[in-house]
Every structure is written in structure tokens, then in C-alpha cells.
Design a binder for this molecule. Structure first.
Ligand SMILES: CCCCCCCC(=O)SCCNC(=O)CCNC(=O)[C@H](O)C(C)(C)COP(=O)(O)OP(=O)(O)OC[C@H]1O[C@@H](n2cnc3c(N)ncnc32)[C@H](O)[C@@H]1OP(=O)(O)O
Length: 162
């Protein structure tokens, strides 16, 4: 018979982090646009996985301020590539929605440029670069200061009837 020690299942919650936006950014309410379904990345705003806030700038481009917590670990002390990809999938897909295109992601190419240390606040910036027929291309970059951690090219496909 196994017993649970007091430490097990009682992982401590990391302290609050500053996810405030740049001057001129306006908070973007993703659930009011796409519903409450974005729980995988955005669902635990005070947890130890991801903490995310979305903003739009004066040109309506979507930005995400994101903290990668200890539960996103891949290589020791650094974020898992899947965690980075999940963030890019959500942020770049949401950028298309925010631009007026009801889409799902059809193809996502990520270049991992630099290993991302855990418990760091970074930014994802995005641009809808083209829209032809049902295909909407969104480019994005995950960075902090001069350090670029990942770049993404996201082909979004509009859903008929939405
Ligand atoms: C709610 C807010 C969510 C925002 C953040 C979350 C983003 C996500 O994670 S979405 C979930 C992950 N994505 C998915 O599950 C999508 C799964 N795939 C599908 O459902 C379908 O393949 C779908 C809808 C993308 C396309 O299928 P379908 O509607 O039959 O369209 P289809 O005719 O195949 O393709 C339409 C056009 O897109 C192109 N296309 C589709 N997929 C791709 C692809 N992977 N690569 C290149 N081109 C593609 C086709 O070539 C076609 O082009 P054209 O019009 O020039 O002939």
C-alpha cells in the first residue's frame, strides 16, 4: 500500500508575473470573440503552465504577453518545443480571428531559434500577411528584447458558413 507524502500533489504556485502591455496596446478579450474554448494555453491564468494576456496595438495587430511556467519544461530549465508551438498555434490562429477570419489552422511551421528559459515573460507579435480565397497567412515571432526564440508561419483556412 502506498501513502501520499505531504509534498506530493501540493506543488507550490509561482508568484504573480507582470503581463502588462506596451504603451498604446489595448487588452483583447479573446473569449468574447471565439468562446471559452482556448483553455489549453489560456485556461490557467494563475497556474504554473502558461499565463497569457492578449492585446491589440493601434493598427489592430494582435500581441500576446506570455509567461512560460515550470510545467512547460522540455530541455532542462527551458520550454518544450510543443509548448512553444501551442502558444504560436493559439496566438497566430487568434490573430486571424481578430482580423475577421473564422478559421482553423491548416499548417503551422515553427523555427526554434533560441532555447527559451522557463519563467520568462516573452511577447508574440503577429501579422496577417495575406488572405486569398479561404487561405489566410499569419506570421509571428516570439521574442524578448533582442532575443528571438521562435518564428512561425501559420496557414489558416476559413470555415465555410461561419
Ligand atoms: C477558436 C479560435 C481558435 C484559434 C486558435 C486555435 C487554432 C487551432 O489550433 S485549430 C485546430 C488545429 N487545426 C485543425 O484541427 C484543422 C484540421 N484540418 C481541417 O479541419 C481541414 O483540413 C481544413 C478545414 C483545414 C481544410 O479542409 P477543407 O475545408 O476540406 O478545405 P480544403 O478544400 O482541403 O482546403 C481549402 C484550401 O486550403 C488549402 N489547404 C488546406 N490545408 C492545407 C495545408 N495543410 N497546407 C496547404 N494548403 C492547405 C487547400 O489546398 C485549399 O486551397 P485552394 O482553395 O487553393 O484549393
Amino acid at each position: 500500500m502506498s501513502e501520499t507524502s505531504p509534498q506530493q500533489g501540493a506543488e507550490s504556485i509561482c508568484p504573480p508575473v507582470d503581463l502588462s502591455g506596451d504603451a498604446g496596446w489595448v487588452p483583447f478579450d479573446a473569449p468574447s470573440l471565439v468562446g471559452e474554448s482556448l483553455r489549453f494555453v489560456s485556461g490557467e491564468p494563475d497556474g504554473n503552465r502558461f499565463r497569457v494576456r492578449y492585446y491589440r496595438d493601434s493598427e489592430q495587430h494582435l500581441h500576446a504577453r506570455i509567461w512560460f511556467g515550470p510545467e512547460t519544461e522540455g530541455p532542462p530549465g527551458h520550454a518544450h518545443g510543443g509548448a512553444v508551438s501551442a502558444v504560436m498555434d493559439e496566438a497566430l490562429g487568434l490573430a486571424a480571428w481578430a482580423a475577421g477570419y473564422p478559421i482553423v489552422v491548416g499548417n503551422l511551421n515553427i523555427s526554434f531559434r533560441t532555447m527559451l528559459p522557463l519563467q520568462k515573460v516573452v511577447t508574440v507579435e503577429s501579422r496577417v500577411v495575406s488572405a486569398q480565397g479561404r487561405k489566410v497567412m499569419v506570421h509571428g515571432r516570439l521574442f524578448c528584447g533582442d532575443a528571438v526564440y521562435a518564428e512561425g508561419e501559420c496557414l489558416c483556412i476559413t470555415l465555410p458558413g461561419r
